[in-house]
Design a protein around this ligand. Structure first.
Ligand SMILES: NC(=O)c1ccc[n+]([C@@H]2O[C@H](COP(=O)([O-])OP(=O)(O)OC[C@H]3O[C@@H](n4cnc5c(N)ncnc54)[C@H](O)[C@@H]3O)[C@@H](O)[C@H]2O)c1
Length: 333
């Protein structure tokens, strides 16, 4: 059976979805691309939905546009693959969940298709604590790529590039609110209103915990290692490459394919909207924070195309290992 698919938000990360759609061969037929930039079948997604009536719609537009577009898609009777973060507030999350009744909504947290998740319990037992270390580098251009990039309430290292790390940590621990959240956030550019470097600690009433230490200002790359401690032992998951204690586990499930399997054979969705509600709760809390502390230029090393924090990867590793905020290890005092 061929399923018709349309893509809304085709010029940015949407190019990745176009390749994924192509990779599914005759099982899907792309019936329309839509973007407000020129060069696509439609500029207006409502006209596209009316005229092409796709079975499934992939929405890959800026996060603050997700809710109204997703509601239009559901209203048109299509199933939805919605990029992460699905929405930016719990109120919007609940509005979307209510509108989705009877339709499938899969959220683009693709690392939840990783085989490492199913392999973990045997290795670690019941998970008590996870600690994430991620050290990447992004040039100045990264913060100028879109109108929402670096904007308060819309973006940030924790809720955007490292969103998968947060979602993975929440899924591995099974944590949902209520919890206690503490943050330690920094930025290196005055014009950027959000963190590029941060630690996050989340503690559940029963003692389970998530700790995250990340930066986008490191010369040394740490992919995003999730140290998992459980009742039977410990393991390290690499969520970008599906490694478990250094060994690559093959067979990551694709989210669009899983959505098709759900439609055709009733398979369970890997990332139903409901599963991502804890992420939305966490994102809402982070996005409500004041702008982070601006690091003094003397702490930074200038590169032609951006800014580095010397020793950032080591700081991230240490903070994650000790589950201690940067301020608690005297990082930027
Ligand atoms: N899953 C992942 O690993 C991953 C990676 C990158 C981005 N993303 C997510 O994908 C989404 C898009 O990110 P991006 O970096 O491509 O953003 P972007 O700002 O480049 O926007 C994507 C496209 O949407 C278009 N657009 C904006 N409003 C539109 C509208 N009303 N109708 C049609 N098109 C519209 C823009 O013109 C642009 O081409 C975000 O939610 C982002 O978080 C996910």
């Amino acid at each position: 059976m061929t399923t018709t698919v349309a893509l809304i938000g085709a010029a940015g990360h949407g190019a990745w979805h176009l390749r994924a759609i192509e990779g599914l061969g005759p099982r899907v037929r792309l019936v329309a691309t839509c973007d407000v930039q020129p060069g696509f079948d439609y500029a207006d997604h409502r006209a596209m939905l009316r005229e092409r009536r796709p079975d499934v719609v992939v929405v890959c537009t800026p996060p603050h546009t997700h809710l109204p577009i997703a509601l239009d898609v559901l209203e048109a009777g299509a199933d939805l693959l919605l990029e992460k973060p699905p929405v930016l507030s719990l109120a919007d999350h609940r509005t979307l969940a209510a509108a989705a009744a009877g339709r499938a909504v899969q959220v683009g947290f693709q690392a939840l298709g990783s085989p490492t998740l199913a392999a973990l319990p045997e290795r670690v037992g019941e998970v008590t604590v996870v600690s994430v270390a991620g050290a990447w580098w992004r040039p100045d251009a990264y913060w100028a790529r879109s109108s929402w990039a670096g904007r308060r309430g819309r973006d940030g290292a924790l809720v955007n590039p490292f969103a998968h790390a947060l979602m993975q940590a929440l899924a591995i621990t099974g944590m949902r609110p209520p919890w206690t959240l503490s943050l330690d956030r920094y930025r290196t550019r005055a014009a950027v209103e959000v963190e590029d470097t941060a630690t996050l600690r989340l503690t559940a009433p029963d003692g389970r915990g998530v700790f995250v230490a990340v930066t986008l200002c490191a010369s040394e790359y740490v992919a995003g290692d999730i140290a998992v401690t459980g009742t039977l032992g410990a393991a390290t998951v690499g969520y970008t490459q599906d490694t478990l204690d250094g060994e690559v586990l093959p067979g990551r499930a694709g989210l669009l394919e899983n959505l098709l399997d759900h439609r055709d054979r009733g398979e369970l969705l890997l990332v139903p909207l409901e599963r991502t509600e804890p992420f939305t709760a966490l994102a809402e809390a982070i996005l409500a924070e004041d702008p982070p502390a601006l690091l003094a230029p003397g702490r930074l090393a200038r590169r032609p195309d951006g800014v580095e924090i010397p020793g950032a990867a080591e700081l991230v590793r240490r903070a994650a290992a000790e589950r201690a905020h940067f301020r608690e290890i005297g990082a930027f005092a």
